[in-house]
Design a protein around this ligand. Structure first.
Ligand SMILES: Nc1ncnc2c1ncn2[C@@H]1O[C@H](COP(=O)(O)OP(=O)(O)OP(=O)(O)O)[C@@H](O)[C@H]1O
Ligand SMILES: [Mg+2]
Length: 143
C-alpha cells in the first residue's frame, strides 16, 4: 500500500462519491480538468489494484493505493515476445507526438530496430514532413 496524504480541507461528504468521475472538479473554470483522480484510478485498476479515500473534513485527506504484490519471479514470456518483434529493414516511420520524452524514446527504439525515423511535434510539422516524404514513409505513428 502506498499512501498519499495532506493536511488540506478534506473532501465534503456530498462530493466524495464523485471525485473519481472523469471531468468532475470543484476548481474554477479553466483551473482544473477533473481528470487527475480518474487518471489515478485508471492506472491503479490497470495494475489490478484499488484505492481507498480516508477523509476528515477540515483536517485532510489520505489516498491509500493498494497494489498486488507478485511473489514469484516473473519469467513471463512477455520479454521474450518483445525480442521476437520483427526488426525493420530501413523502412521510414513518421512519429508524431507533442511529448518530447515519448518522441525520443520511440525514435531511439525504432532506430535500434533498424527503422528510419522522422519526428514531428505537432500536426503542422507532421503534414509538412509527410507531404515531402510520402513516397518513402511506410508508417505514420500519431498520438
Ligand atoms: N486532496 C484533496 N483534498 C481535497 N479535495 C480533493 C483532493 N483531491 C481531490 N479533491 C476533490 O476532487 C475533485 C476532483 O479531483 P481531480 O484530481 O480528479 O480533479 P481536479 O484536481 O479538480 O483537476 P486537476 O487534476 O486537473 O487539477 C477536486 O476538484 C476536489 O474537489
Ligand atoms: Mg487533481
Amino acid at each position: 500500500m502506498i499512501t498519499v496524504c495532506d493536511t488540506g480541507t478534506g473532501i465534503k461528504r456530498e462530493i466524495v462519491d464523485r471525485i473519481f468521475e472523469p471531468f468532475f472538479t470543484t476548481k474554477e473554470v479553466g483551473k482544473g480538468t477533473g481528470l487527475g483522480l480518474s487518471t489515478v484510478l485508471g492506472i491503479i485498476k490497470s495494475h489490478s489494484g484499488f484505492v481507498n479515500v480516508v477523509n476528515e473534513v477540515g483536517k485532510g485527506t489520505e489516498f491509500q493505493v493498494c497494489l498486488p504484490v507478485t511473489q514469484t519471479i516473473d519469467t513471463d514470456s512477455k520479454l521474450a515476445r518483445y525480442e521476437e518483434l520483427p526488426a525493420g529493414h530501413g523502412e521510414l516511420i513518421l512519429v508524431v507526438n507533442d511529448e518530447d520524452s515519448i518522441r525520443e524514446v520511440t525514435q531511439t527504439w525504432l532506430e535500434q530496430n533498424a527503422y528510419k525515423v522522422l519526428v514531428a511535434s505537432d500536426g503542422i510539422n507532421a503534414i509538412t514532413l509527410y507531404t515531402k516524404h510520402q513516397q518513402e514513409i511506410s508508417v505514420v505513428l500519431v498520438d
